[in-house]
Design a protein around this ligand. Structure first.
Ligand code: GLU
Length: 468
């Protein structure tokens, strides 16, 4: 095991969206690639916006994606005593101080700073007053006022921030609750996080966080700020660009491996390879290959990749994902040889599991549901003889394979002087109820002898009943 420790710290203020999932994946893959550890932390200090439903939704999405964690989940709301200890450390070392400036005073201060062309900053009024704790006092961090703070970013290179741009920011509110940048640093220090990969929307927080690390005399983690995911119109990805939540893709019939593959490729590359299995991603993922330009989320490409993953997945694995879609459609299929054979007839023709489930329904029906037009056109007295002959040919066959089926059909064709295309259509309708389906021999093999004979006999009966 290496000493690499990464983390994913979602704020539970909504579902897990695809951008967040990509960040989780980068951290997870890096930990797995390096044989390190991956920590899950729930950043729920924004009590007004955090909900248990969001926490559950995030777990559900991570579980579906197959992203597992080695430590956690830790909840920030359960760690206030740890934060308290660290606030005290900063007070004791003279890196933090109590401030009693009123809100009005701060508002005026900010207005004046902005009027003078500067940034809205706290001017340090209480910095050297040595105030003691009082009911309305906040605790501010004594930030270095001059010099620069450099973020040595794995992806962006060195990013230089002027310390004069920062102010003595609050680390603890008057009600005793710690603030965001502070708790992130305390958590990352105490959880041993040494690699922080996150969206570049957080880059502006990093100089403040680095100042806190320095004040706490802790070594810095390696930082990598990943460019955002954009929509096709190059604006930040939002609902306008289609479904955003991970579980929406599950419900639309995507495979987790396909979504993972697609999201990782949005911002990471390995030559021009597009298709990766999960194991291959773990084997090949390194931070050096994260790109500097934003990834463009393109649903059509994701759909094409999903089709490729459906094609490549072993039927046993696909069946696990397919079963819920079948049961939603009232079909009580179960794992085993039959569903595996069914899947083999559909996996090159399905872009999503919904396509596959729709295409698979006829296999599982007790009685074939004929499309009216199809039955009218093909289950006619003219087909009766062909269907009967086929039953006679198929009945004695020991096994259904390409060869035995071909011979059986050949004999019926020769007897009637008909081409396969002509014979195949009534048979197809008899077996599937439809005029479009996978290849006729494929269906027959997958359905198996018992079902095929019974369906052909039912079709014969239907024609006879109509005739009478
Ligand atoms: N909780 C933050 C978010 O959901 C992540 C902060 C971080 O990665 O440091 O965006």
């Amino acid at each position: 095991m290496s000493n690499i420790v990464t983390r994913f710290p979602p704020s539970p203020t909504g579902y897990l969206h695809v951008g967040g999932a990509r960040t989780a994946l980068f951290n997870w893959l890096y930990a797995r690639h390096m044989n390190g550890r991956f920590v899950l932390r729930i950043e729920d200090t924004d009590i007004k916006r955090s909900t248990q439903a969001s926490v559950d939704a995030i777990f559900e999405a991570l579980e579906w994606l197959g992203i597992d964690w080695d430590e956690g989940p830790f909840f920030q709301t359960k760690r206030f005593d740890v934060y308290q200890t660290y606030v005290q450390k900063l007070l004791d070392s003279g890196n933090a101080y109590y401030c009693t400036c009123s809100q009005e005073k701060i508002d005026t201060m900010r207005k004046e700073a902005m009027a003078g062309g500067g940034k809205p900053k706290y001017d340090g009024t209480c910095r050297y007053k040595g105030l003691a704790k009082t009911a309305n006092a906040v605790i501010r961090f004594k930030a270095p006022a001059t010099g620069t703070t450099i973020v040595k970013d794995i992806i962006k290179g060195n990013v230089v921030f002027q310390n004069s741009e920062q102010d003595d920011f609050i680390i603890c509110r008057s009600d005793g609750t710690p603030t965001y940048n502070f708790v992130v640093v305390v958590d990352d220090i105490t959880m041993g996080i040494n690699t922080v990969i996150r969206g570049d929307d957080h880059l502006n927080n990093t100089p403040r966080q680095i100042m806190l690390y320095n004040a706490l005399e802790s070594s810095l983690p390696a930082f990598g700020h990943v460019p955002m995911v954009l929509g096709k119109d190059r604006t930040r990805l939002s609902k306008r660009h289609g479904a955003m939540s991970v579980t929406a893709y599950r419900d639309m019939g995507y495979l987790p491996d396909a979504l993972i593959n697609y999201l990782v490729r949005l911002g990471w590359s390995y030559g021009d390879q597009e298709f990766f299995s999960r194991d291959e991603l773990i084997e090949k993922f390194t931070l050096e290959n994260i790109g500097k330009s934003p990834g463009i989320f393109d649903q059509e490409k994701l759909l094409a990749l999903n089709a490729d993953h459906i094609k490549a997945a072993p039927p046993e694995k696909l069946s696990t994902h397919l079963l819920p879609f079948l049961s939603e459609r009232g079909c009580l299929a179960e794992k085993g040889d039959f569903i595996n054979s069914v899947i083999k007839t559909l996996n090159t023709r399905s872009k999503t599991l919904i396509d596959m489930a729709e295409g698979a329904l006829f296999y599982f029906q007790e009685e074939v549901l004929y499309e009216e037009k199809a039955a009218k056109k093909f289950l006619t007295p003219a087909s009766l003889e062909v269907l009967n002959q086929l039953i006679d040919q198929l009945k004695p066959l020991e096994s259904f394979n390409e060869n035995s089926l071909e011979n059986a059909f050949k004999r019926v064709m020769e007897t009637n002087g008909l081409k396969l295309g002509i014979i195949a259509q009534p048979v197809r309708v008899a077996l599937t109820g439809k005029t479009v389906s996978p290849g006729i021999f494929e269906i027959i093999k997958a359905l198996g002898k018992k079902r095929v004979i019974s369906r052909l006999q039912n079709a014969v009966q239907l024609i006879k009943n109509r005739k009478d």
